[in-house]
Design a protein around this ligand. Sequence first.
Ligand code: BTN
Length: 272
Amino acid sequence: MISKGDIIVPKKIKDGLRTDFVGREIHHFTEVTSTNDVAKELALEGAEEGTIVISETQSRGRGRLGRKWFSPEGGIWFSLILCPKMSVKDAPKITFALSLAMAKTIIKMFRLKVRIRWPNDVLVNNKKVCGILTELSSKSGGAIDFIVSGIGINANTNLKSFPKALRKSVTSLKQQVKREISREAFLKAFFEELEHYYKTLTNSGFAQILREWKSLTDTLNSYIEVTSFDKKDKKVEGQAIDVDQDGALLIRLDDGSIKKVMSGNASVRVQR
Ligand code: BTN
């Protein structure tokens, strides 16, 4: 049972929040299946762009590529509704903007060593602290109707509550800064950063986002293994040489050929 002192108070996020639309409407729950499910229902009912759904725990949190997302107390599990005037093929760019905003928020608030692993895991001292799952609904003709971006941050999560198999590869902000963090202050700062990068993307295009994203990634120039989900689960190994204007990762394979991967999971074997 979650004690009252430990729950997120939306009013504390909204007070003094300097955004035009992100976080102006916040729905807070103690437990849901997945905040993405609730956000999707709200979007279908016509919720405003920028609406946030937060839950203290999720009973069926999901990660990318059909994985389960472990969502115990103390974390920040939330979804954001966006309605960009973009085509479906450009949706990954949103996730680049979100991971960049997340990395910048952690750096500004805690001065930690933050890296983004393609496509959008945020790592602190080489361990995952945040994951993003973007799901969308589209109109006919390939335009996006709405996007639900689900973001999971191991904020004050106690790592002992994670399955043993995960403990080596994940961390929490609490573990890194050696104290509980204010989840409301963190969300306020993140919403402001996120609106800034979302506006940059929608008004000025992907180039600036990609430039800043590249300055924070650990993936480029490293020797990596990628499980590509473009067609079937297929492992490829090689040197990550670039991310192109669509957000695809370009890998130089050992035989010298270049492989383009749009969607997958990367692990860094040798960092350069
Ligand atoms: C990943 O696999 O790295 C993405 C994880 C995304 C988790 C978040 S938590 C809030 C939202 N609700 C979900 O069920 N998933 C996302």
